[in-house]
Design a binder for this molecule. Structure first.
Ligand SMILES: Nc1nc2c(c(=O)[nH]1)N[C@H]1C(S)=C(S)[C@@H](COP(=O)(O)OP(=O)(O)OC[C@H]3O[C@@H](n4cnc5c(=O)[nH]c(N)nc54)[C@H](O)[C@@H]3O)O[C@H]1N2
Ligand SMILES: Nc1nc2c(c(=O)[nH]1)N[C@H]1C(S)=C(S)[C@@H](COP(=O)(O)OP(=O)(O)OC[C@H]3O[C@@H](n4cnc5c(=O)[nH]c(N)nc54)[C@H](O)[C@@H]3O)O[C@H]1N2
Ligand SMILES: [Mo]
Length: 811
């Protein structure tokens, strides 16, 4: 793949001089010589972000060009948007307060949230208001009245970690018991079920490394995953090293199979066989394979005996002894749409070859999302290859370049939340709307009953819930229960538009920070140097929170006496000490800051790592962390919970709704996968959109058969609708998606034609206007963003303008 060099100065020239206006954006003086903390006026700055490390060219205080770091083997084309996001017309320039809120106070005209009627205020006024409301909440409503769940993909960086800094404000500034979240939207179901099955999270752990896979794997199965698309980003700074291995694997000519309702980037890149499966039916498909292995007596009986527990309880279900329905390939085919012969052929192929079953996370972002990965583990167990080089299963090859060998480098720590006070609670992250709807009521989660707190203030810094959460219209209503909503962001997202108080944060490129490269590889430590000064009145995360802590009377407790550069040096020196204890030398801080990066060595052992090799070698001495020490195909702990929606062994369960399901009310499944040209909703308002928008809307991929039936061609505007909501989108007609499935990526900014009105048409393409808000089950309470059916038509009405990419009036 070619490297990109972006230079998009002209389009944003109208914003030239923006930084000169930002008098308040100047950083507090550092104890270091100014050259450390200040942005370059001219020159090249090495920095990093979720999309990788890069060099920024700065001219006259303006960022004019972005070049990928020379050692990035596969730079993301999204870097061009990263630079552009700094100067985007959707930047929040000033502190703003919703007019009714400013004039009438907390809780005023809440149904007017989203109408974009804001008034510009000074920073002092905005921060006074926030501090006043936090104090009021503490005095009047008491503990657990402020929600700081603030889930989301804040920028990389260990210091300006908006999520930790916000919690630190409540813990050390306000000194009140806090309400935050557990889990995430990514792996809500799997990270709860996997510890019961494998004794570990599985989804965020190192995989059998790629060099071993390239050498030993004969069949690479990519099951509901698209690593070529999703490994562009990392929660830290992306290394992109998995691309090199994928290329090497491809060169070997060995078999790659993508099981997906659409032809993914990976299928294309790897010349893979594409097996079309109806969405949400993978458990049935896996059961059909397991049944084939069983009846053909192919499965690994010894492995099941030695390394797994409870197969005997699962078998009567598989054979149909318990419910008179054998889970045969024929039975599975009826549900999943894959021909029975193909199911059998795949089962035999996997059994007869060293097979790595890799899976992404879309499968578990579905109703009963606990089941697919549990069943995948069961299938992998029957294949008997777990713990062998290149065999078994892996749930993170598609994420943050999982499977890239881990260096010997030190772990870099970062800003913590300062310690939550006793009485603090958390909710499963995707239950946020239910929490607002049912204060004081009980809910189930992983074997325990909890009570929802009564929230009066929500403060979001580093996430965009008005994109990430499901069922937008239900959410808009629930949001009206809040007295005060504070949003800190650098973009005018829908979340900011639905806030009462909006604080303009500096982007990650307008402040100094430090971060590790590679969540799995820990390849390097990177100085995230400030590239330019904050534009307009934006201020760094840390500065905003320190000023708030000051207003709450607890500045010292908040800062521990450190400023931005002190913290950076502090965490670097901690890493340096850790490295020294491993006989690894890291340069002095000054040298590191000057060079911008320290790359860590990788041992030979790391390049040969095989997940579960130890367990396979000696299951008694190296047991799993499950109650039986084995792979639990049947979980007694889950049996004890007695949940009707999460049985004690993997099962095919009907989701709330699915394509061709019983009583399916709509004929089309909506695939809400992650965007190839964005990170969720980030970079929405940038130059990248010119490359993918259709009729100025979010693109929606449609099979020719479905398009023809509705008289739609590429470039048309369509309206997608169901009982929960409606949105416009731009049509792309393509054979790369199976019939009766359309794809509208998550992350298109919500742009209601009638701002704030429940049920409004979204002019741009927010897919979460259509999705249901329900927990995967009582066990994990994960989100079900991929459980959605709908219908669509050619939009013939008067076309509303897309307005969400420019700031609201006065802003
Ligand atoms: N239907 C459906 N819905 C989904 C999904 C799906 O597959 N289908 N996927 C889900 C998943 S896995 C996830 S992870 C979520 C993602 O949901 P989010 O993480 O909320 O999505 P982002 O668009 O990354 O939002 C991050 C926001 O933080 C802002 N930001 C970035 N850096 C900073 C910073 O340093 N400080 C501050 N104050 N703000 C900052 C950005 O401008 C942006 O508005 O979406 C979920 N929603
Ligand atoms: N470019 C880019 N990369 C990203 C992100 C991003 O927003 N943009 N987000 C990051 C984050 S936070 C996360 S959590 C991960 C998400 O990683 P994933 O959850 O794995 O990503 P998705 O795109 O939702 O789904 C992966 C594939 O599964 C397919 N799929 C959907 N439904 C089904 C189904 O029912 N059965 C089968 N067999 N396949 C199905 C989709 O068509 C898609 O090709 O990606 C990360 N990487
Ligand atoms: Mo995610």
């Amino acid at each position: 793949m070619s490297k990109i060099i972006a230079n998009y100065t002209s389009r944003r020239s109208f914003l030239k001089g923006a930084s000169a206006l930002g008098a308040l954006g100047v950083l507090a003086p550092s104890i270091f010589s100014p050259r450390f903390a200040q942005a370059a006026v001219n020159g090249e700055v090495l920095s990093g972000c979720h999309w990788g490390a890069f060099r920024a060219v700065v001219k006259d205080g303006r960022w004019t060009e972005v070049k990928p770091w020379e050692q990035d083997p596969h730079p993301s084309h999204q870097l061009a948007g990263v630079m552009d996001s700094v100067y985007s017309p959707s930047r929040i320039k000033y502190p703003m307060v919703r007019r009714a809120y400013l004039e009438k106070g907390r809780g005023a005209d809440v149904e007017d949230r989203g109408s974009n009627d804001f008034v510009r205020v000074s920073w002092d006024k905005a921060l006074d208001l926030v501090a006043q409301e936090l104090k009021y909440a503490k005095a009047t409503h008491g503990p657990r009245s402020v929600f700081t769940g603030t889930y989301g993909w804040k920028s990389a960086g260990k210091i300006h970690n908006s999520r930790s800094l916000l919690r630190r404000l409540i813990n050390r500034g306000l000194q009140m018991p806090n309400v935050t979240h557990t889990g995430d939207y990514s792996t809500g179901a799997s990270q709860v079920i996997m510890p019961h099955v494998m004794g570990t999270l599985e989804v965020y752990e190192q995989q059998t490394v790629w060099p071993v896979v390239v050498e030993n794997t004969e069949v690479l199965v990519v099951w509901g995953a698209d690593p070529i698309k999703t490994n562009q980003i990392d929660w830290l700074i992306a290394d992109h090293d998995s691309y090199t291995y994928l290329e090497e694997f491809k060169k070997t000519g060995k078999k790659v199979i993508c099981i997906d309702p659409l032809k993914s980037k990976t299928a294309e890149f790897m010349d893979a066989e594409w097996v079309q499966v109806k969405p949400q039916t993978d458990v049935a498909l896996m059961l059909g394979m397991a049944h084939t292995l069983f009846v053909e007596e192919l499965y690994d009986v010894d492995f099941m005996d030695e390394y797994t527990a409870g197969f005997d309880k699962f078998l009567p279900y598989l054979t149909g002894e318990t419910d008179q329905t054998p889970k045969s390939a024929e039975w599975a085919s009826e549900i999943c749409g894959v021909p029975a012969d193909k199911i059998k052929e795949l089962a035999r192929l996997f059994m007869g070859n060293r097979t790595m079953l890799t899976s992404g996370w879309s499968l578990q972002r579905q109703h009963h999302g606990e089941q697919p990965h549990w069943m995948l583990v069961t299938l992998a167990s029957m294949l008997g290859q777990i713990g062998l080089p290149g065999g078994g299963f892996g749930l993170s090859y598609h994420y943050s370049n999982g499977g890239t060998p881990t260096s010997d480098g030190p772990a870099l720590s970062g800003m913590n939340d300062g310690g939550a006070m006793e009485g603090s609670v958390s909710i499963p992250v995707a239950r946020v709307v239910e929490m607002l709807e049912r204060p004081g009521e009980e809910y189930d989660f992983n074997g325990t009953r909890y009570t929802f707190p009564d929230i009066k203030i929500a403060y979001w810094a580093g996430g965009n819930p008005f994109h990430h959460h499901q069922d937008r219209n239900r959410m808009i209503k629930a949001w009206q229960k809040l007295e005060t909503v504070i949003v800190q962001d650098y973009q005018w997202t829908a979340t900011a538009r639905f806030a009462d108080i909006v604080l303009p944060a500096a982007s990650a490129y307008e402040r100094n920070d430090i971060e590790a490269m590679g969540s799995y590889s820990n390849k390097a430590t990177v100085a995230m140097k400030k590239i330019v000064d904050p534009v307009f009145e934006a201020r760094s995360e840390y500065d905003i929170f320190v000023d708030l802590a000051d207003r709450l009377g607890n500045k010292e407790a908040y800062t521990d006496g450190r400023d931005e550069m002190d913290w950076i040096r502090h965490y670097y020196e901690q890493a340096q000490k850790q490295a020294a204890s491993k006989n690894l030398e890291m340069p002095a801080f000054e040298k590191f800051w000057e060079d911008g990066i320290v790359v860590h060595p990788i041992s030979q052992a790391a390049k040969e790592y095989v997940r579960y090799a130890d367990f396979r070698e000696d299951p008694l001495l190296e047991p799993l962390g499950t109650p039986t020490g084995k792979i639990e195909i049947y979980s007694k702990n889950i049996e004890k919970m007695g949940y009707d929606d999460c049985p004690p062994h993997p099962m095919w369960m009907e989701p709330l709704e699915r394509l061709d399901g019983p009583d399916a009310k709509f004929p089309i499944h909506v695939n809400t996968g992650h965007p190839n040209d964005r990170l969720h909703s980030q970079l929405n308002g940038t130059i990248l959109r010119e490359g993918y928008a259709v009729a100025d809307r979010e693109p929606c991929m449609i099979n020719p058969k479905d398009a023809e039936a509705r008289g739609i061609k590429s470039g048309d505007v369509i309206r997608i609708f169901n009982d929960r909501g409606q949105t416009l989108a731009g049509a792309i007609v393509s054979e790369d998606i199976m019939p009766n499935v359309i794809r509208l990526y998550e992350g298109g900014w919500y742009d209601p034609v009638e701002g704030g009105k429940v049920g409004s048409l979204c002019a741009y393409g927010d897919v979460n206007t259509l999705t249901p808000d329900l927990g995967t089950s009582k066990l994990a309470q994960g989100n079900c963003g991929h459980t959605v059916i709908a219908d669509f038509e050619k939009f013939e009405g008067e076309l509303p303008d897309v307005k969400v990419f420019t700031a609201p009036k006065n802003g």
